[in-house]
Design a protein around this ligand. Structure first.
Ligand code: MG
Ligand code: ZN
Length: 218
């Protein structure tokens, strides 16, 4: 009985996610679901991505947080349309929350929609939002053993951004080992190494987004 209820909730989410994707397709919007643990640099990466793709793609942002609109304010400050979702304690975004956010965004003026999920490596992958791409940010201070601990997240994403590579000289983080673990779980994932502080590697990530967004619209 209990299992039945969970299945009903998930399938309801799935239905709304499909509706979201249909709306986004109709409007020519390519949506990316950005996931990570808290503090890995989702908002920083969004800000850097906006810098790189400016002039090539019109960007919109959905910010998911349990509380506050601090991150949305940072995005608004650079002149990009943004909607803040406060989940009020829920540890992930769901398709219904995103549907409400889409109603507030000027979708006709957006080509790339970056959706910042709630910081959490466990349940966000269980809730489709209507995105075309799932991306994860893993930051070097979290340690290179994270793929062992959260295999579901690493296996579920299309792209992985390793952030804070500027800190590598100070950390016991082995990039080669980390990439090997990721490849074992998810050989198809595109992997990028970046620093949102020095901006190293950010351009490669942004250019890739420009390419896949353009390819999706063809
Ligand atoms: Mg954030
Ligand atoms: Zn959750």
């Amino acid at each position: 009985m209990r299992i039945q209820v969970v299945e009903d909730i998930l399938s309801a989410n799935e239905r709304i996610a499909i509706e979201n994707q249909r709306l986004l397709d109709e409007k020519g919007v390519f949506a990316v679901n950005l996931m990570s643990s808290p503090g890995a640099g989702k908002t920083s990466l969004i800000l850097r991505t906006i810098e790189v793709v400016r002039g090539k793609l019109r960007v919109g942002v959905v910010e998911g947080d349990i509380a506050s609109r601090l991150d949305a304010d940072k995005i608004e400050a650079v002149g990009v349309p943004v909607v803040q979702i406060n989940t009020g304690g829920t540890c992930h975004l769901d398709a219904n929350m995103v549907r409400q956010a889409l109603e507030e965004l000027p979708l006709d003026d957006i080509e790339l929609l970056l959706i910042e999920n709630v910081g959490n490596l466990i349940c966000p992958t269980g809730f489709a939002l209507g995105e075309r791409l799932k991306a994860m940010i893993a930051s070097t201070p979290e340690g290179d053993d994270k793929p062992y601990k959260y295999p579901g997240m690493f296996a579920a994403v299309d792209a992985l951004v390793i952030n804070k590579i500027d800190l590598l000289p100070h950390l016991d983080f082995d990039v080669a080992t980390f990439r090997q673990l990721v490849a074992g779980l998810n050989p198809e994932a595109r992997v990028f190494e970046v620093s949102c502080i020095t901006r190293e590697g950010v351009e490669g990530w942004g250019e890739w987004l420009v390419e896949i967004t353009a390819a999706d619209g063809e």
